[in-house]
Design a protein around this ligand. Structure first.
Ligand code: GLN
Length: 483
């Protein structure tokens, strides 16, 4: 059962091959069997999952089922779920039960998906390896000594290990695409504003975007159809109709112009990843695309710009965790100042504190112009590079991550090395563009992802390209040993 795609699962449920209760139990059993070791879930919700599956079975029997009715899902623990713990990977929210559902959670409930539980993640989505989680690191199912990527590493590992057929993630600087690449699955970051951020715990509000994490592009298209859409509760949500993403999957790629940014193939790129991406580009050529070298001249400024903008927004967003309204409160505070200091000091981990300090610094009077304002200007230039590129090409292909999954602990002591894990993904966040990572090869038994960046609202094109690629290759079908 657990090797079927979402479309196959939906068909099997309709044909009565198995019930949603059986399917849900099957995944719960797999989580029980494998997750003690993998640590991809923070919360598992077996009772409510079975109850939701029962309802789904009734709808299926009455022929009232939607495309996702009765299919299990796991949400990254950054999405608020009413009545079920939402920790954001932090001790700060270890005791937090959200009073409401995030819009994405509401939409997927309405689509009939069955919630298995909440997946592990870097604390407040800050990280590239899942090692900043209060709940301990997630292991990469391909090699338990390796990281799964981050921050949506729990979702990526759970999908790769077939502990759930689909999961949600969020991506502020690469947190859907980089773990998708390191775990060998498909992950899409939509255009900024395409998926509602309401109830998605904020890290850097001008960059954060939720998206689907699945094994195939077709599955991602199906899941995105239920996640995307206008939400008046999110002031940055964009009121554009949601296309039927499945309808574009088979389009021909004949004559499509694909740009290869020269700057993304420099010395930071490991040779084995470079070789895989070259192979992937050839595959698109075979499918009829025209390949053209392009320039994104400000690429070397992408990571420095992000590491000003994201901490600045994080320092503001995380000021709400003060021990007063919700989250961790220190024991027996002397006075209000002591309450703030100790609650925050005890509740946040080292990486989150580092970001709050940097963010507060770059926003402070005297430094604002030198850092924050300058970063905003660079952000404009970086977006402009993409704008120019899309005057010449229809899509951009690059590596997702400079290397395959690295070892647990390898970069923990060197934050800058960790930050560079996202050099190829951050640009799309700064510009607000959609981008997808798909499995495109292996090196030393570890998967390698290829990234496709599209113009605004061209998720359909990205899914179409990814699907055509997957029809002609089998990297997305590879399974980690033992799962
Ligand atoms: N790794 C990046 C960071 O640590 C991106 C995280 C994300 O996309 N949420 O900020």
């Amino acid at each position: 059962m657990h090797n079927k795609s979402l479309v196959q699962l939906a068909n099997s449920l309709r044909a009565g091959e198995f019930t949603s209760q059986e399917l849900t139990q099957h995944y719960l059993d797999r989580i029980e069997q494998f997750d003690k070791d993998l640590n991809s879930f923070i919360t598992i919700a077996p009772d409510s999952a079975i109850a939701q599956a029962k309802i789904a079975d009734t709808l299926l029997q009455k022929n009232k089922a939607g495309p996702l009715t009765g299919i299990p899902i796991a949400h990254k623990d950054i999405f608020c779920t009413a009545g079920l713990k939402t920790s954001c990977g932090s001790k700060m929210l270890d005791n937090f039960i959200a009073p409401y559902d995030a819009t994405v959670v509401t939409q997927l409930k309405a689509a009939g998906a069955v919630l298995l539980g909440k997946t592990n993640m870097d604390e407040f989505a800050m990280g590239s390896s899942n090692e900043t989680s209060f709940y301990g690191p997630v292991k990469n199912p391909w090699n338990h000594n390796r990281v799964p990527g981050g921050s949506s590493g729990g979702s990526a590992a759970a999908v790769a290990a077939r502990l759930t057929p689909m999961a949600t993630g969020t991506d502020t600087g690469g947190s859907i695409r980089q773990p998708a690449s390191l775990c060998g699955i498909t992950g899409l970051k939509p255009t900024y504003g395409r998926v509602s951020r309401y109830g998605m715990i904020a890290f850097a509000s001008s960059l954060d975007q939720g998206g689907p994490m699945t094994r195939t592009a077709e599955d991602a298209a199906l899941l995105l159809s239920s996640m995307a859409g206008f939400d008046k509760q999110d002031s940055t949500s964009i009121n554009e109709p949601v296309p039927s993403y499945l309808d574009f999957l088979e389009n021909s790629l004949e004559g499509m112009r694909i740009g290869i940014p020269k700057e993304y193939f420099g010395e930071a790129l490991s040779p084995d990843v470079g070789a895989v991406i070259e192979g992937g580009i050839k595959e698109f050529e075979k499918l009829g695309a025209q390949i053209k070298e392009i320039n994104l001249p400000n690429s070397q400024l992408v990571a420095p710009t992000y590491y000003i903008v994201a901490p600045a927004e994080c320092s503001s967003n995380l000021s709400r965790y003060d021990g007063v309204r919700f989250g961790h409160r220190c024991h027996d505070p002397k006075d209000l100042f002591d309450l703030y200091c100790r609650s925050r000091g005890e509740g946040f981990g080292a990486e989150v504190k580092r970001r709050i300090l940097i963010g507060t610094y770059v926003l402070s009077a005297g430094y604002y112009d030198a850092y924050y304002l300058k970063a905003q200007k660079l952000r404009y230039l970086i977006s402009n590079d993409f704008k120019e590129a899309f005057n010449q090409v229809d899509a951009i292909i690059s590596p997702t991550s400079p290397s395959p999954a690295f070892e647990l602990g390898e970069k923990v002591a060197d934050p800058v090395a960790m930050y560079l894990a996202d050099i190829y993904t951050i640009g799309a966040n700064l510009a607000g563009l959609p981008a997808i990572s798909i499995p495109a090869g292996m090196s030393h038994e570890l998967p390698i992802g290829l990234q496709i960046i599209g113009n605004y609202f061209e998720e359909s094109k990205l899914l179409n390209m990814a699907h055509r690629y997957q029809q002609n290759t089998d990297w997305h079908l590879k399974t980690p040993k033992g799962y």
